[in-house]
Write a protein that binds this ligand. Structure first.
Ligand code: CDP
Ligand code: CDP
Length: 202
């Protein structure tokens, strides 16, 4: 069975949480495509060369989830040759046998426009910044909530403003605003959408 779930949206909207849960529930493979851009961003040197020579070891670095890696990722993600170097791997993953969930910014628009389920997961910038700040330790975090909000907004602007594969909902995506939803509630909505699409297919 070929079945792709495309989960796009801005930073800390809840894409990863939803994707991991959907993959587990339906037995699909999961690819966090942001990790590819993060790995290119932190590798250093020429980003086009880094994208063309990514290795599994690059994907397992411990510093991939830092705010700095997220910023570095969004800076290399504007380079068309970097995106082109990562395209085929993502396309093959999306159409692999057995079902796949991919989360990122351009899955439903560029990587897999034929995806059977497309969700655009979003939340207000304030809510998303608070989530990232809490992940960093809240009051014990090395950065203030206000600083995290500035970074979230900068990254949103760069991701939405770039010419190549900008962050935007596909015309046939369902938007899921998680601002006022718990992670469990957001997961339940996503799983229901996948279940309905699987039922339509069979
Ligand atoms: O992958 P993405 O950056 O979109 O977000 P995430 O890493 O899945 O979620 C960021 C944080 O928000 C995590 O700590 C989640 O537990 C939390 N959260 C969520 O994902 N969804 C909600 N509806 C509420 C909170
Ligand atoms: O988890 P979070 O949403 O904070 O970020 P991420 O999904 O790990 O993505 C990091 C950065 O990589 C994003 O801000 C984008 O600039 C870039 N990215 C992209 O351009 N296209 C994708 N499919 C995934 C990520």
């Amino acid at each position: 069975m070929i079945f792709t779930v495309a989960i796009d949206g801005p930073a800390a909207a809840g894409k990863g949480t939803i994707s991991r849960a959907v993959a587990e529930r339906f037995g699909f493979a999961h690819l966090d495509t942001g990790a590819l851009y993060r790995a290119v961003g932190v590798k250093g040197g020429d980003p086009v060369h880094a994208a063309r020579s990514l290795t599994p070891a690059d994907m397992m670095r411990e510093d991939l989830r830092t705010l700095e890696a997220g910023q570095a990722a969004s800076r290399v993600a504007v380079i068309p040759e970097v995106r082109a170097a990562l395209l085929e791997f993502q396309r093959q993953f999306a159409r692999r046998e057995g079902g796949a969930v991919l989360d990122g910014r351009d899955i439903g628009t560029v990587i897999c426009p034929e995806a059977e389920v497309k969700l655009f997961v979003t939340a207000s910038a304030e809510v998303r910044a608070r989530r990232r700040w809490l992940e960093l330790g809240g009051d014990a975090a090395p950065k203030s909530l206000a600083d995290v909000l500035v970074e979230v907004r900068e990254r949103d602007a760069r991701d939405m403003g770039r010419a190549d594969a900008p962050l935007r909902p596909a015309s046939d995506a369902v938007t899921l605003d998680t601002s006022e939803l718990s992670a469990d509630e957001a997961v339940a909505v996503a799983c229901a959408a996948v279940k309905a699409a699987l039922a339509r297919q069979s």
